[in-house]
Ligand binder design. Structure first.
Ligand code: GLP
Length: 263
């Protein structure tokens, strides 16, 4: 894992958007895995800026979102479909036909999950997957205990996630108890992964998933098994890491690393 510690949320957003923009410039028809939550809002804003001011072209990009609440229609204001349109899709020149987001109110969600996996495979697999992290260490909605081999499926949310995400809803009872989510196995098949996190509330979980043992109880630790992961944190989220000096040295001497491994 390559760990980049930034000064604040704004810098985290800029650094992560640059990583994404660079991948799109290198491969115009990039298959981009998208995440929701508060964390990537700044990254998406910066991508919109790069699109508008520097002409970053999304016309051939295809996107696949990680997850969606089961039961919420795409137009529901708390759905991840709504979030994506509001924060990114409507501001850039991506073809709406190329935007794949699980549909929460689908008639047969299990069949949908199989179809979703098939589409990802058919289109060549995800090139770059963006991730946030839940306070219990989940990636997408892969709650503690999710198999590292899991695929897109329906997952019951744990109490902590329901509480965390209740801030977006009028009342906690409105938070759906289930979600459609890509599996840990699906995520691990992405060619590259970019995880972003900010704020003191993510410090414990970031220390655990970066420097702790691999365990399905913290599904983000599965990323230790992947060969190309970029983690971009702000100072607060990185505050409990033990090997900060090493990560900063690598960041400041990246030109040497790049020479060695050809990134
Ligand atoms: C949800 C999403 C995750 C996201 C997490 C963190 O549970 N399913 O994909 O990473 O929230 O959200 P936030 O960025 O708001 O802290």
């Amino acid at each position: 894992m390559e760990i980049t510690i930034t000064e604040n949320y704004e810098e985290m957003s800029k650094v992560s958007a640059q990583i994404i923009a660079e991948e799109i410039r290198k491969k115009h028809n990039l298959l981009l895995g998208l995440a929701t939550g508060d964390t990537p809002i700044g990254t998406y804003k910066e991508l919109v800026r790069i699109h508008k001011e520097e002409g970053l072209d999304f016309s051939k990009v295809k996107s696949f979102n990680l997850d969606e609440y089961l039961g919420l229609a795409p137009l529901h204001k708390n759905s991840y479909n709504y979030f994506m349109w509001d924060n990114l899709v409507k501001h850039i020149n991506i073809n709406p036909e190329n935007v794949y987001i699980p549909q929460g109110n689908i008639n047969d969600p299990e069949q949908f999950c199989r179809w979703y996996e098939e589409q990802i495979r058919k289109l060549g697999g995800i090139d770059l997957q963006i991730l946030g992290i839940g306070s219990d260490g989940h990636i997408a909605f892969n709650e503690p205990g999710s198999s590292f081999a899991s695929r897109t499926r329906i997952k019951a949310l744990v109490e902590q996630t329901i509480e965390d995400n209740s801030r977006f809803f009028d009342k906690i009872e409105d938070v759906p108890r289930f979600a459609i989510t890509m599996g840990v196995g699906t995520i691990l098949e992405a060619k590259k992964i970019l995880l972003i996190a900010n704020g003191k509330k993510k410090a414990d979980v970031c220390a655990k998933f970066i420097e702790g043992p691999v365990t399905s109880q913290i599904t983000a630790t599965a990323l230790q098994l992947h060969s190309y992961v970029n983690v971009v944190l702000d100072k607060d989220a990185a505050s409990k890491l033990k090997r900060t000096d090493y990560y900063n040295w690598v960041r400041d001497n990246k030109h040497l690393v790049q020479k060695e491994i050809g990134r």
